[in-house]
Ligand binder design. Structure first.
Ligand code: ASP
Length: 329
């Protein structure tokens, strides 16, 4: 884990064998002969809600679940938490006061699923997984996705909390001075992206969000777009992004991070180089945030952001820590 330009431990939860906490990895994985690279298993996810998400993912890995099960269960935690105002239930609504959600998931076999502009379903990540596993499509959006979710048995719910509604009223009464139609508007960069490497050396990733706060109704960001908000190549590594989705889409962000690792860069360098691309694309002027997290096949991890203030949660070796990334500007 050498190479962080700035590494601040903000929180540590290292419960040994306690319910809900991490169990030391050497107790969990005796290590089948051959195949386990140093550094596996590892779970990395964005922002402070990544801590609880990592715990859930780790619990799945420790009870023999697949890496795909782990990332799905992990990101379901903030999706269900009304206190997280940027993901799932409790997410801030769009300009029409509607909570519209985006998510994608990708497994070690290269299969993937995605959903976007979905209303009324708390776990878009699970809709994305059903798209991946129950259909030969990759992406189902909007009313079609809601109908699909109903057909596969998910329950429709009202996802707008009173707190989120009040935040919308406050924004609305500000006559769009804090809207997010343009960079510099409402800062809500707290998408959860998670990538994980299991003990057998398999990679998976998941990404889920309510998107930018008070966005134009119908706007979809990078988070449900395979290769933008998240990407996995089981031979190389995996990456995910929170932040200004438009900038990530324009540079195929997570795909670029993985391709950078394929060309030999460390995960941190790969993230940094992908952010430099965004910086260049914007003529050296950025007034928004983008962060990347990445893990390679060896279990080495990295993260970087455009500007100060991005943190990620890292679970491995019996610890689960919130770490502040290095940043370009
Ligand atoms: N990436 C998300 C989007 O553009 C926003 C975020 O990360 O907060 O929809």
């Amino acid at each position: 884990m050498a190479g962080f330009t700035r590494r601040t431990f903000l929180k540590m939860s290292a419960a040994l064998g306690a319910a809900g906490g991490l169990i030391p990895v050497d107790r969990l994985f005796a290590g089948p002969a051959g195949g386990i690279e140093k550094g596996a298993p590892v779970v990395i996810s964005t922002w402070k809600h990544g801590i609880a998400a990592n715990d859930a993912a780790w619990n799945v890995l420790s009870s023999g679940g697949t890496v795909l099960d782990a990332v799905e269960a992990g990101v379901q935690v903030p999706e269900a938490d009304p206190g997280v105002r940027s993901v799932g239930y409790g997410g801030l609504p769009d300009e029409a006061c509607r909570v519209t959600l985006d998510a994608c998931i990708m497994g070690p076999d290269g299969n993937c699923g995605s959903t976007a502009f979905v209303e009324g379903y708390k776990h878009p990540i699970s809709i994305a997984r059903r798209v991946m596993e129950d259909t030969d499509h990759v992406m189902i959006v909007g009313l079609g996705a809601e109908e699909f979710a109903r057909r596969v048995g998910y329950k429709r719910e009202d996802l707008l909390t009173e707190e989120a509604r009040k935040a919308w009223v406050k924004w609305k009464s500000g006559l769009s001075s804090r809207d997010d139609w343009f960079p510099g508007g409402e800062k809500n960069h707290d998408t959860i992206g998670m990538v994980a490497l299991d003990a057998a050396g398999d990679l998976a990733g998941a990404c889920t969000t309510s998107g930018l706060a008070f966005k134009i109704h119908g706007r979809v960001g990078d988070s449900p777009i395979i290769g933008a908000g998240m990407y996995v190549d089981n031979g190389v590594g995996a990456a995910a992004a929170p932040g200004r989705g438009e900038a990530v889409i324009k540079t195929c962000g997570s795909f670029l991070v993985v391709e950078n690792m394929r060309r030999g860069m460390s995960p941190e360098k790969a993230c940094r180089a992908a952010l430099e691309r965004i910086f260049e694309n914007h003529g050296g002027k950025v007034d928004f945030q983008v962060g990347y997290i990445a893990v390679n096949k060896k279990g080495e991890i990295g993260a970087f952001s455009l500007t100060e203030g991005f943190s990620y949660a890292l679970a491995r070796d019996g610890t689960n820590e919130l770490i502040e990334s290095g940043h370009l500007r």
